[in-house]
Ligand binder design. Structure first.
Ligand code: URA
Length: 431
């Protein structure tokens, strides 16, 4: 590859609002992945992109360069019992209490598709599927291409670290997390789509989050993000559709790591909070439609235990032991209602920050998360509340984290005389 580019020139070009040249993008991503562009330089460029943006064509090229930075899996020959097996996946743009991947991969596998789900760790205030799954004793998120193909054809689902898929994303993801450059539309679009196109899925459903707890706070921005990602999928021959869903309030009653795994197991056992169940079933229906599987009700797999069977098989295949109790923070604090009434809106960002302060997320790259840290929500918006009733329980292994976490919740919810205005969970589907 030509070395006729240099990082300072590209940084200055973007800083001054110019388009990055295609060959310059190719050079930059390759050189950064190989360690020839310094982290300081990439940090400056990310901030310039954050402030100046990238147009659709730049984003396409940036994404292609990220895919080319590593391996690309191909599951077109995947079979089970001699019959072809279709792969399909979903990716969320990041939410609070968003444990949907856990029940969803099992539901879709139980319906007859295979789900190769390359997932991420916590990013910004949002939780990471890998951090959640690693709270199961022994669960291993690293997997080779050959083992993945084997697991997909036997179990039908795998959730794993991207590893050599789009390694440029792994570096950029970690750098964005500590440089205030996460919530950039082209950077989110390229990050999500590079991993998902490299993982070899034959169809993709995107859950684009909108609201206070999402990276996109505004519906029009979320629509634009969805459109860009769908265009990227289509350009790479992967049928892609999107749901825009509400992320103003946390999903379900738990935010953290192990605590979200426990709630996912409730859903897989046929219970769990209605919003988690509804979104799981709706996303599963979208995925099955893309996989060309009809005549199966995904909700039935939660009632009849077949989704739970797939989940336990996936956990076992990846070395996990669900017989070991999930960790729960040893230090707890509760927040109680100072009046009776009806629970109002719960701000997803306030709960996310509380969970982060408790140790569920990272303050520095590479830091270990506390698997037992998190927040339990006892009263959801619209539910009746009695004075003195527990509204939230906080869990951590570090007692001094409790006070700052409680402070984050201050002002993040209210108890009123009238119910909050109901908000649809699924706002719209991509055209
Ligand atoms: N998920 C990703 O994989 N990347 C982002 O940038 C945001 C959410």
């Amino acid at each position: 590859m030509s070395e006729s580019f240099d990082a300072p020139t590209l940084i200055i070009a973007k800083r001054d609002g110019h388009r990055l040249p295609d060959a310059g993008i190719d050079w930059l991503i390759e050189a950064y992945t190989a360690g020839r562009v310094a982290e300081e330089q990439m940090s400056a460029l990310l901030m310039a992109i954050y402030l100046r943006g990238m147009d659709a064509a730049e984003t396409v090229r940036w994404t292609a360069a990220m895919i080319d930075s590593g391996e690309r899996f191909d599951f077109s020959g995947l079979r089970r019992d001699g019959a072809p097996l279709t792969t399909v996946d979903k990716h969320s743009t990041g939410g609070v209490g968003d444990k949907i991947t856990l029940p969803l991969v099992a539901v879709v596998a139980a319906c007859g598709a295979a789900v190769p789900s390359a997932s991420g760790r916590g990013l910004g205030h949002t939780g990471g599927t890998l951090d959640k799954l690693e709270s199961i004793a022994g669960f291993d998120v690293t997997i080779s291409g050959a083992r993945l193909a084997e697991q997909l054809s036997t179990v039908g689902a795998a959730v794993f670290a991207a590893g050599q898929l789009a390694p440029a994303d792994a570096k950029l993801y970690a750098l964005r997390d500590i440089t205030g450059t996460v919530d950039s539309l082209p950077l989110i679009a390229s990050s999500v789509m590079s991993k998902k196109l490299a993982e070899g899925t034959q169809g993709l459903v995107l859950d684009v989050k909108v609201g206070t707890g999402a990276f996109m706070k505004d519906l029009d921005d979320a629509r634009e993000l969805a459109a860009r990602m769908i265009a990227l999928g289509t350009a790479h021959g992967v049928p892609t559709r999107a749901l825009l869903t509400d992320m103003s309030t946390p999903l379900g009653c738990t935010v953290g790591n192990a605590i979200e795994v426990a709630e996912s197991l409730d859903v897989l056992a046929g219970g769990g909070p209605a919003d988690v169940v509804d979104l799981t079933v709706r996303l599963a229906a979208e995925m099955l439609a893309l996989a060309g599987i009809d005549g199966i009700d995904p909700a039935q797999t939660l009632r009849d235990g077949t989704a739970m069977d797939r989940f336990t098989a996936m956990v076992a295949a990846q070395g996990g032991d669900l017989g070991v109790p999930l960790p729960m923070g040893a230090c707890t604090e509760t927040l109680t209602a100072d009046r009776g009434g009806i629970m109002g809106d719960i701000d997803a960002m306030a709960v996310a920050q509380a969970a982060w302060r408790l140790g569920a997320g990272r303050a520095k790259p590479g830091e270990r998360v506390q698997h037992g840290a998190g927040v339990r929500i006892h009263r959801r918006p619209g539910e009746p509340v009695a004075a003195g009733q527990t509204l939230f329980t906080l869990y951590t292994d570090t007692a001094e984290r409790l006070a700052p976490a409680l402070a984050e919740l201050d002002g993040g919810f209210g108890v009123a005389d009238t119910p909050p205005v109901p908000r649809p969970l699924i706002i719209e589907a991509s055209p």
